[in-house]
Ligand binder design. Structure first.
Ligand code: INI
Length: 161
């Protein structure tokens, strides 16, 4: 008997027909606007339609999860991308903001089945944030959107939708 092979489900990076929600923190907007630019660039360059992409702006990273959860529950999106920048040098409560944003966003995907991606920079310095928002170290918004594309297609592969 021939050895049988496992069926592997792996989302591809084709964004055609996928609907994305981007939630963007206004706090540190000089960084988060660059993350949004990277995310939109990734969606477009992977065949997605920016005409069906919705961008929602919220005050800060602690508010990302609330808007993302409403979008995930709406049934109107295949994936939601959360974009923010928490910079240690700027705040005494860095830890609470970073932890609060991470833990609240992390729950949305598992609880709703809609991939909800953590595209929040947590940096020690403004320089590090700039590097990761399109300067020396790539654009974390671009990478967050690529993860969103893959996971949206993974969910479609699992559910047959
Ligand atoms: N929000 C951020 O997105 N990044 C930060 O670095 C930050 N700091 O430094 O405090 C920050 N604070 C605001 C927070 O996200 C909420 O908007 C605020 O606490 C109101 O709930």
């Amino acid at each position: 008997m021939p050895a049988s092979e496992p069926v592997t489900i792996e989302g591809d990076l084709n964004a055609h027909g996928l609907r994305f929600g981007c939630v963007v923190a206004r706090f540190n907007s000089f960084i988060t606007d660059r993350l949004l630019g990277g995310a939109l660039d990734a969606i477009r360059r992977h065949g997605g339609d920016l005409g069906t992409t919705r961008v929602v702006r919220v005050p800060g990273s602690l508010e990302l999860a609330t808007a993302a959860r409403v979008m995930a529950d709406s049934g109107k999106f295949d994936a939601v991308i959360c974009l923010g920048a928490v910079i240690r040098g700027e705040t005494a409560h860095y830890h609470h903001v970073a932890e609060g944003a991470a833990s609240s966003i992390a729950r949305i995907g598992p609880e709703t089945g809609i991939p909800t991606i953590f595209g929040v920079l947590t940096c020690d310095t403004v320089e590090q944030a700039i590097d990761r928002a399109g300067a020396k170290a790539g654009n974390a918004g671009f990478h967050a959107a690529v993860a969103a594309i893959e996971m949206a297609n993974t969910v479609k592969g699992l559910t047959g939708s």
